[in-house]
Ligand binder design. Structure first.
Ligand SMILES: CC(C)(COP(=O)(O)OP(=O)(O)OC[C@H]1O[C@@H](n2cnc3c(N)ncnc32)[C@H](O)[C@@H]1OP(=O)(O)O)[C@@H](O)C(=O)NCCC(=O)NCCS
Length: 73
């Protein structure tokens, strides 16, 4: 996800992520108990945002990307 640089830090990224999570909780792609994403390990701002939304790092890495997973009911 990407928010225009001039509009970062105004809450749009967090709000957009909340809406994506709410949508995926409706199981539009079938039954699943996890939402997974990857983030560049040096991207401290994005990593912090994802962690604050309940996505801890799993320990799985692919080159510079770390996997982060939110468990859903
Ligand atoms: C990551 C990104 C999507 C977040 O969007 P955003 O609209 O800036 O996010 P928010 O305004 O909801 O802020 C989320 C958190 O990031 C922090 N933050 C945002 N921009 C920041 C900056 N330039 N410096 C420090 N912290 C910043 C906010 O303070 C907030 O933390 P808080 O809740 O502890 O206050 C946005 O910074 C972005 O587009 N970055 C470039 C692309 C990118 O890295 N995408 C992610 C790829 S995995």
């Amino acid at each position: 996800m990407m928010i225009d640089a001039s509009m970062q830090g105004h809450g749009y990224g967090g709000e957009a992520l909340d809406r994506v999570i709410d949508y995926i909780r409706t199981k539009p792609f079938g039954d699943s108990g996890r939402i997974a994403l990857t983030c560049n390990k040096s991207n401290a701002i994005a990593k912090k945002l994802y962690e604050s939304k309940g996505f801890p790092v799993t320990g799985v890495e692919d080159e510079d990307e770390v996997e982060m997973v939110l468990t859903i009911a």
